[in-house]
Ligand binder design. Structure first.
Ligand code: NAD
Ligand code: G3P
Length: 333
């Protein structure tokens, strides 16, 4: 029987994953939230705004009917922004069963609860024993949609990996298994905050040394919070940690890095967010990480300064405050 996959979402990452899966021989159904967009996708197999070079193969079909999408397969990929995951999961409650494999590809934390995405899913489906997991790694959709090679991690049980990896395992996406869901989800979410910080440094002309310092000390900061929340430090040194920090913070295609650059130009946060239809996950995640850092009394100096800059603190002052912090040992957590 031909393998099947349901993808919920129709943004940049959902389109790219649909393309990879379809080219791997998987039959894909994509749930598209907006009827108008769904009609366009059915007609053209191309998104009118995102990744317009991409023409999805005929084995990707589109539906605006959530029940139809849910019934299509037991393999679900959740590719919506983090702040919308709960709404989607609640609507999927009548359809999810113990036999489902559900992988979140979103990289963020829920703002009002501070929950990771698999925790949100579990929260919405407390009685269901579906296999839940997360896909995360240095995966700029644009590059992968061009056929450039990338690697990523599917975190969760071995059974989940065995079920989901073959559906996506195309020649240009190499997938690794990983049992540490907490580390993979936190790595994918927290790196967005660092990408904003590097974007700020970049557009402020602070230089390569400063950008490298933010990435390295920022990774330490991510690890400090993630380990407190149950992750393994070694996971943060992997693809969904170090790997994604490097890719996102260095790429001109990153929305998080772009937002940092726009902040450095003096534009207010609300105006920047309103000027794009795309999701910038690092914004809500920075607020959540700061709150968690305060709650656990963990120093997260870079994250804290990013939040201060959101609130209007001048970049020059933020740099001065970071540089004049009390001296510590490099390895100190
Ligand atoms: N773009 C990338 O390169 C990339 C790579 C890896 C991971 N991600 C992650 O994937 C997630 C989605 O990002 P993206 O880049 O695909 O988004 P995007 O910025 O391209 O667009 C978001 C899309 O989600 C849709 N959406 C919003 N709420 C929805 C809902 N309730 N149900 C269905 N669809 C809904 C919107 O209509 C929009 O099309 C984010 O968490 C992001 O961090 C993105
Ligand atoms: O464009 P960004 O900043 O949302 O980053 C996209 C991916 O998460 C990179 O791995």
């Amino acid at each position: 029987m031909t393998p099947r996959l349901t993808i919920f979402g129709s943004g940049n990452w959902a389109l790219t994953l649909a393309d990879i899966a379809a080219r791997s021989g998987t039959e894909v159904t994509m749930y598209v939230r907006r009827q108008e967009l769904c009609d366009i996708l059915k007609r053209t197999h191309s998104h009118p705004q995102y990744l317009t070079h991409l023409k999805l193969p005929p084995n990707v079909v589109f539906t605006h009917d959530l029940g139809e999408a849910a019934a299509y397969s037991h393999n679900w990929l959740m590719v919506v922004p983090s702040q919308h995951m709960r709404t989607l999961a609640i609507r999927l409650r009548p359809f999810v069963t113990d036999a489902h494999h559900v992988v979140s590809a979103a990289k963020g934390l829920e703002e009002h609860t501070a929950l990771r995405m698999t925790q949100v899913l579990h929260d919405c489906w407390p009685e269901v024993n579906a296999q839940l997991g997360a896909l995360s790694g240095p995966n700029l959709a644009y590059e992968i949609s061009l056929g450039q090679p990338a690697a990523s991690v599917i975190a969760g049980s071995a059974a989940l990996f065995d079920a989901m990896a073959p559906l996506l395992g195309h020649a240009n996406l190499r997938l690794y298994g990983q049992p540490d869901i907490v580390g993979v989800e936190l790595g994918g979410a927290l790196k967005n905050v660092l990408a904003i910080a590097v974007g700020i440094a970049n557009a402020s002309g602070l230089g390569a040394n400063a950008e490298a310092a933010i990435m390295t000390r920022g990774l330490h900061e991510m690890g400090r919070l993630a380990v407190e929340l149950g992750a393994k430090w070694s996971t943060l040194a992997g693809l969904s940690g170090l790997g994604d920090v490097v890719a996102t913070a260095s790429s001109p295609k990153s929305r998080n890095r772009w937002l940092g650059q726009e902040l450095a130009k003096g534009r207010p946060l609300n105006e920047i967010i309103a000027s794009t239809s795309m999701v910038v996950e690092g914004v809500p995640t920075a607020y959540v990480a700061k709150r968690l850092g305060d709650e656990f009394r963990l120093p997260l100096p870079i994250t804290s300064e990013v939040v201060e800059i959101f609130n209007g603190k001048p970049v020059r002052q933020a740099v001065q405050d970071l540089m004049s912090r009390e001296r510590v040992q490099e390895s100190d957590f």
